[in-house]
Design a protein around this ligand. Structure first.
Ligand code: CAA
Length: 267
């Protein structure tokens, strides 16, 4: 049964997001298809709210977009003098203090960072365009399934900006520094099949098959022991920053925790 919105109607109002929880699965849908799911600061605070209030039973979070595009990125009204109603413009942001701007972007980034938490697996289901903040939202997720018409583009440098919604590290981690530079500094589009080849996607399917491909992946993820999955995710995430010996020690530590949980006699 779907527990729609999960008490967050007020926090999600005006965010352009739909949020549903069904048992161990949470689904976040960018839901402004008529504007190609363009994102605003309200979108990012709502994402952060969802992360902070995610029910404990949730193990998999699916992020998708309504309509033909996953997301056209930042709402371009931010570049206009009037900006986005109630949220200002880039010009008004530039006129505030550095501290105020840092706080605002930190809050926006919180909407992305929680998607990498070890207690969940996040899956981006991407059809059509994922541009700028849209590409970064897909990169914030652990896994990506793309339709064959999907296109990633890190448009920010072409607009005079930098990607600042946590996308630069996962991009470099996935494709390497040189390829990340080439993709960002040309602001070119990366099609689905190239994305698969570069490691930016786990799977590419025909557009009609996206829902069933996501369902299959979610079922497979849920078929594994929950705590073992979290511990393994912690190991895999730590691997990049560890020496082989440090990683081996971490494996021992996590396995001890597993054995205690599974086999230790009750006190
Ligand atoms: N912001 C606001 N409105 C947008 C939008 C955006 N980013 N992208 C599309 N729209 C609106 C269009 O203005 C149009 O509205 P109207 O019907 O009222 O005219 C509607 O959505 C449909 O747009 P299109 O007709 O262009 O749709 P399409 O399917 O032909 O093309 C698209 C889709 C390729 C995504 C194209 O809309 C596009 O290129 N959009 C702009 C993408 C962009 O430059 N985004 C900024 C990225 S940078 C960023 O995100 C910055 C950051 O993180 C800091």
């Amino acid at each position: 049964m779907t527990d729609a919105v999960h008490g967050g109607s007020a926090e999600l109002a005006g965010s352009g997001l739909r949020y549903e929880v069904d048992g161990e699965i949470a689904t976040i849908t960018l839901n402004r298809p008529e504007k190609r799911n363009a994102q605003t600061f309200a979108t990012w605070s709502a994402l952060a709210w969802i992360g902070k209030n995610l029910p404990e039973q949730v193990r998999v979070v699916v992020v998708n977009g309504e309509g033909p595009s996953f997301s056209a990125g930042l709402d371009l009204r931010m570049f206009t003098p009037d900006g986005v109603p109630g949220q200002g413009s880039f010009a008004s942001a530039a006129a505030t203090s550095r501290t105020a701007f840092m706080e605002r972007v930190t809050a926006a980034q919180e909407g992305f960072l929680w998607l990498r938490r070890p207690d969940i697996v996040s899956v981006a289901a991407v059809r059509g365009h994922a541009i700028g903040a849209g590409f970064q939202l897909a990169l914030a997720c652990d896994l990506r399934i793309l339709t064959s018409d999907a296109r990633f583009c890190m448009k920010e440098p072409a607009l005079g900006l930098v990607p600042d919604l946590t996308g630069t590290k996962p991009l470099v981690d996935l494709v390497g520094l040189s390829r990340a530079m080439e993709i960002c500094l040309t602001a070119r589009s990366v099609g689905a099949h190239e994305a698969l080849r570069l490691g930016l996607a786990e799977l590419v399917v025909e557009p009609g098959q996206l829902p069933s491909a996501v369902d299959d992946l979610v079922k497979a993820l849920l078929s594994v022991n929950r705590d073992a999955a979290s511990a393994t995710k912690r190991l895999l995430v730590a691997a990049g920053g560890n020496t082989l010996e440090e990683q081996a020690a971490l494996e021992r530590h996590e396995q001890w925790g597993r054995l205690q949980a599974l086999f230790a006699p009750p006190n």
